[in-house]
Every structure is written in C-alpha cells, then in structure tokens.
Design a protein around this ligand. Structure first.
Ligand SMILES: [Zn+2]
Length: 96
C-alpha cells in the first residue's frame, strides 16, 4: 500500500517536481490518478490510468476513487498494487 502526500511531488509553483527517472514516472502516475478520481463527469466506461507497476504492453488500468475522508485511492486488479493520496486538493489535477 502506497501512502502518498501529493505535495511531496510538487515544486513551489505546483508543477511536478522530479524531472526524470522513476520519480518522474511515479509523479506522472500519481497526478493522473488524482485527475481521474476527481473528474466526476468522466463516463463510467473510460479506462483509468495505466498501472505503473504492470508492464506497459499489458495495458492494465487502475480503478480510482475518492473516499469519504477525501483520500484519492487507486487499485490495480492485475497486480494488486494500491495506494492512497492526500493533499491533492487545489492542485492542477484536482478536477472536482
Ligand atoms: Zn498493476
């Protein structure tokens, strides 16, 4: 279970801080999850973000949601990876 504070991945302007490497990939994934979970107008059949753990060519999508205590959560059915993200409110990826 990944427990993420989104602000740890952002710079002082609110943009993604890591420039390259695994940290950047993970930050891209986490922000995509926030945008997906908070976009309440998203049609049900739209696939979620691609799982960062599964191999890219396997195209496994994660399910996202916002919990009652305002955590963004994700879960990959294929590999079982899951996580929760806090402090996403007001970020560029908060579409709620
Ligand atoms: Zn996965």
């Amino acid at each position: 279970m990944y427990v993420i504070d989104l602000t740890h991945y952002l710079d002082e302007r609110g943009a993604i801080a890591p420039q390259r490497g695994p940290a950047r990939k993970f930050a891209d994934f986490v922000t995509t999850v926030v945008a997906d979970a908070t976009n309440f107008d998203r049609p049900e059949e739209t696939p979620g973000p691609l799982c960062f753990k599964c191999r890219k060519r396997d195209q496994h999508f994660v399910a996202t949601a916002v919990t009652e205590d305002d955590l963004v959560i994700w879960h990959c059915v294929a590999c079982g990876t899951q996580g929760q993200i806090s402090k996403w409110q007001g970020s560029f990826w908060d579409l709620s």
